[in-house]
Design a protein around this ligand. Structure first.
Ligand code: SAM
Length: 224
């Protein structure tokens, strides 16, 4: 039966693709990807020769209804992002919502996403957590930190190497210097690093070692 598949792809280590993901990428009628070049390398590595259509945040508003019509006409569509699970700080939500609106079956395969390993190996409680993704850069950033200061669940953030220091400084300012933090860098890659400690200790680390690569920041929730 035709449907929309959401396909998680590796966040650094190509061994993390699942057998089912590879089969569906081979079998799907239409492959959609955020960056056709990046996903093209992935498919080439797994010897899948297929045309990839572009589906990114700048065109997804326009293409979702066309794609859902293609599925309704009998085609199976598979959506990938550059890395990890589509829809998680990546395009995907609009297409999923449109398909559900049109009674199209949607199936998201389980697979790689950066925040789960970062959270689980942080050593901070992972029974209850809140995923905030990327914080606003300017407008609303202070308000967001004030809100996070009251949050009792473990907090999960995605961050770029250029803002890690600033974010750690603001964690100290709004949540306190002793708040426990775990920063995971370059997960699943050769230079994976996990730095755990108080916000002050973790900030000191990245002040002496320039932040490079991709980052997930896990912050302990407010305790009384
Ligand atoms: N869809 C992806 C997922 O499921 O995790 C997230 C895509 S988002 C555009 C990219 C951000 O995810 C990066 O800036 C970083 O915060 C995080 N990320 C992705 N890969 C990572 C890795 N290997 N190590 C640490 N963080 C990573």
């Amino acid at each position: 039966m035709s449907k929309l598949y959401i396909i998680p792809t590796p966040i650094g280590n190509l061994e993390d693709i699942t057998l089912r993901a590879l089969r569906i990428l081979k079998e799907a009628d239409i492959l959609l990807a955020e960056d056709t070049r990046t996903s093209g390398f992935l498919l080439k590595h797994f010897e899948i020769e297929k045309k990839i259509h572009s589906h990114h945040q700048h065109n997804e508003h326009k293409t979702v209804s066309f794609i859902s019509q293609e599925i309704l006409s009998g085609k199976t569509v598979a959506l990938m992002s550059d890395a990890g699970t589509p829809g998680i700080s990546d395009p995907g939500f609009l297409l999923v919502r449109e398909c559900i609106k049109n009674n199209i079956e949607v199936e998201c395969l389980p697979g790689p996403t950066a925040f789960v390993p970062a959270l689980v190996q942080s050593g901070l409680p992972c029974d209850r957590f809140v995923f905030e993704g990327f914080l606003p850069h300017k407008k609303g950033r202070k308000t967001k930190f004030e809100e996070l200061a009251m949050e009792q669940r473990t907090i999960v953030l995605y961050e770029s190497p250029y803002r890690v220091i600033k974010t750690l400084e603001q964690i100290i300012e709004f949540l306190g210097a002793d708040r426990r933090v775990s920063v995971s860098r370059e997960l699943t890659k050769k230079f994976e690093e996990n730095v755990r400690g108080t916000a002050t200790e973790v900030l000191e680390h990245f002040k002496t070692k320039e932040p490079k690569g991709e980052f997930v920041i896990i912050i302990e929730g407010k305790t009384f």
